[in-house]
Design a protein around this ligand. Structure first.
Ligand code: ADP
Ligand code: MG
Length: 339
């Protein structure tokens, strides 16, 4: 048996899960080394929350296995729960308590002693910039960003070595998102292993060491952000046209240069030799009597990767709450080391 320190913190092998007719996960496998950040990236309904619920012992898989710190999540639920923290997609703090009361309440569910719980609450309130609002306000008066920070703090009361964050910044404004990213970065500097789900490419790009892209319950790509972008080619050539009709015609004209993707009146082509391709493209368009309204060369983004892989954008969502499990993860028992 390999020594415990050499084993990855999270090992997922061939996970499958059905909900009635819906095949939420089909043969999903991946690993997260200790101290690493894995971004599980995919659109609404991809199977992200289902994966997280299985890994945090809240849901049994139909097939396959998952281990956290070497512990099987189906046969060692209590041990797994005491080594993990979970902050869900829907902040699950008690609205009618203060921030400190919430943390003390979570602390009482752990094995920590009273004095230690108090000290830990102080420490977390300071770390998450909530000290000023800790005692004189109920959480229901908090902003979305403050709630998410408190939710994250609550997941960390028992100092779990492995942390799961399910869409931690969905619904936050750009400032709230940026603040939370900075907080998460500090956390992982401290050595916490993190599995983070997101539909934001930018978030995966910034926070994750490796990215697993899932769609319809299947892993469709895996690698670092740089590796995923490099698959596309060196440069993206982006041409805007006055109308959809011109864009469609341009797609035909430029097909010999690569595989153009068309989105609205914008056409994109990933190419290796940007400047030359631009010249060739503009000449070919000119010969066809087409004139782009805008033309640009830029580095590929993860958005381009996702579009190329799936034919749509990661955050191109349908009705959002389609992703909320009917049993309501919001009020579900939380894997916070509850003993
Ligand atoms: N408890 C459930 N009952 C029925 N269907 C569910 C349940 N949980 C998830 N699903 C379905 O499984 C698929 C994956 O859902 P989910 O894991 O929540 O995706 P994501 O978190 O990536 O948005 C979706 O089609 C979703 O509607
Ligand atoms: Mg989800």
């Amino acid at each position: 048996m390999p020594s415990p320190t050499s084993r990855p913190a999270i090992v997922v092998e061939g996970l499958g899960k059905h909900f009635g007719e819906v095949e939420a996960l089909k043969d999903v496998s991946f690993e997260v080394p200790r101290g690493a950040v894995l971004g599980l990236l995919g659109p609404n309904g991809a199977g992200k929350t289902t994966s997280v619920r299985i890994l945090t012992t809240l849901l049994p898989p139909d097939t396959g296995s998952a281990h956290v710190l070497g512990l099987d999540v189906t046969t060692h639920r209590q041990e797994v729960r005491s080594s993990i923290g979970l902050a869900g997609q829907y902040a699950a703090v008690d609205e009618f308590l203060t921030a400190r009361e919430n943390l003390l309440m979570v602390g009482r569910l752990t094995h920590l002693g009273r004095a230690e719980i108090r000290a830990r609450a102080d420490e977390l309130l300071a770390q998450f910039d909530l000290a000023d609002a800790a005692d004189d306000r109920q959480v229901r008066t908090f902003s979305g960003g403050m709630r998410r920070r408190l939710d994250l703090a609550a997941a960390l009361v028992h100092r779990p070595p492995v942390l799961f964050l399910d869409e931690p910044t969905t619904g936050l404004d750009p400032k709230g998102r940026n603040d939370l990213w900075a907080t998460i970065e500090q956390l992982v500097e401290g050595g916490t292993t993190l599995l983070l789900t997101t539909q934001y490419l930018e978030e995966a790009d910034r926070l994750a060491d490796r990215i697993v892209v899932i769609d319809h319950g299947t892993v469709i790509a895996e690698g670092t952000a740089v590796e995923l972008k490099a698959r596309l080619g060196a440069t993206v050539l982006e041409l805007g046209f006055a109308g959809h009709e011109d864009t469609a015609r341009a797609g035909g004209v430029l097909a010999p240069l690569g595989e153009p993707t068309v989105e609205g009146s914008v056409l994109r082509l990933t190419v290796d030799d940007g400047a030359r391709s631009m010249l060739t493209a503009v000449r070919a368009l000119d010969d066809a009597g087409l004139e782009p309204a805008t033309a640009a060369l830029r580095e590929p983004t993860l958005d381009d990767v996702f579009l190329a892989l799936t034919g749509r954008r990661a955050d191109d969502t349908g009705p959002d709450d389609a992703a909320a499990p009917p049993d309501g993860t919001t009020g579900a028992p939380r894997a916070r080391g509850a003993a």
